[in-house]
Design a protein around this ligand. Structure first.
Ligand code: 8YV
Length: 331
């Protein structure tokens, strides 16, 4: 019997390509060309499984154009690039890559929050520009982190990991809001108190966004929400672009409605709103919260494990949909 065929849509850790080659006929993209949707559909002809990253959109049109495709294994915990309903309707399995990136991403979220609070990149730019002439008592003075109130919107695994860092490492009071409340055990472990979204906005000294993107979550944080935050507060987004109204945030930062922000994700990335680029009180990073080589390897390996399991006739390891009827039969 011939081996299943898979496509790896972007460059990944070479060790994982080697693992996949032991199971499948592999077409890879180690030159890391960003294919257009049409090119992707062309490459997927005759392909049984695809390893995607967050930047390939999988929708009804693509699925209709690729009748042999049975599984899309996303090398990301977020899967808003998948039209899950269309995948389920077509009998196509989707999988994501949770857990393996939780601690790494939480480290970065915390670092970005601290960089915004303590004005780290602004200070470096000041120094490099030759503006450091003297000591001043309030030179680049920022906001306190230890002992302050950490607000978390979206209390999944990454939110909880950030809460633990704040509560146990920095003596912060942690408040959170989420679609569903955590169990008393998890709340105790994170030392986190459940509050309404309004209370979260008005009490947080540092608000970190870690909720998944869905159409309902679009612009969860806009002008009105920012206006109800403390003028000394910071806002950090490591979730997804589109959760924050970037234009409204830029205006609020310019007006000092809040003190500072840290952004790793943007509406329409890799484009960044020009008004944000012009501001000194925002720390900007290019969607790298999960970027350590070890974690990127683990994410790719988990996507590979999903492909190996599913195309080998087993249950996927980390499914994002449940196929009610049957698998898509190979065309
Ligand atoms: C990825 C992410 O870098 O896992 C996610 O949801 O946002 C990041 O870790 C990105 O999506 C590439 O797959």
């Amino acid at each position: 019997m011939s081996r299943p065929k898979i496509l790896i849509a972007r460059a990944i850790s070479p060790e994982v390509v080697t693992v996949l080659e032991q199971h499948f006929e592999v077409q890879s993209n180690q030159d890391d060309v960003a294919w257009s949707p049409t090119e992707l559909a062309e490459r997927l002809q005759g392909i049984d499984g695809v390893l995607t990253t967050g930047s390939q959109r999988i929708d009804a049109d693509l699925l209709a154009a690729c009748p042999q495709l049975q599984i899309c294994a996303n090398m990301a915990v977020g899967y808003n690039n998948f039209d899950v309903a269309a995948m389920t309707a077509a009998g196509v399995q989707g999988t994501n890559a949770p857990d393996v990136l939780t601690e790494t991403t939480a480290d970065f979220g915390f670092a970005l929050m601290m960089a915004a609070a303590r004005r780290i990149t602004e200070s470096e730019h000041f120094l490099r520009a030759g503006q450091w002439k003297d000591w001043r008592y309030d030179l680049l003075a920022g906001a306190e982190v230890h002992g302050s109130t950490l607000g978390i919107l979206g209390m999944g695994r990454i939110g909880q990991a950030i809460a633990r860092r704040g509560a146990h490492g920095f003596g912060m009071q942690v408040v959170y809001h989420n679609r569903s409340r955590l169990s008393p055990e998890l709340e105790a472990d994170c030392k986190a108190r459940y509050v309404s979204k309004q209370e979260l906005l008005s009490t947080a000294d540092h608000l970190v966004l870690v909720l998944p993107y869905t159409p309902e979550a679009h612009h969860t944080i806009g002008a009105a929400e920012i206006a109800s935050m403390k003028p000394t507060a910071t806002l950090t987004n490591i979730a997804r672009g589109g959760i924050v109204d970037d234009a409204a945030l830029a205006k609020a930062l310019a007006n000092k409605t809040i003190a500072a922000a840290g952004l790793d994700v943007f509406e329409g990335e890799p484009a960044v709103h020009p008004d944000l680029l012009a501001l000194s009180n925002v720390v900007l990073t290019p969607h790298i919260a999960s970027a350590t080589m070890g974690t990127r390897w683990a994410m790719a390996q988990l996507a590979a494990d999903n492909l190996i399991a599913y195309l080998g006739g087993q249950e996927p390891v980390t499914p994002v949909n449940h196929l009610e009827h049957s698998r898509r039969s190979a065309a």
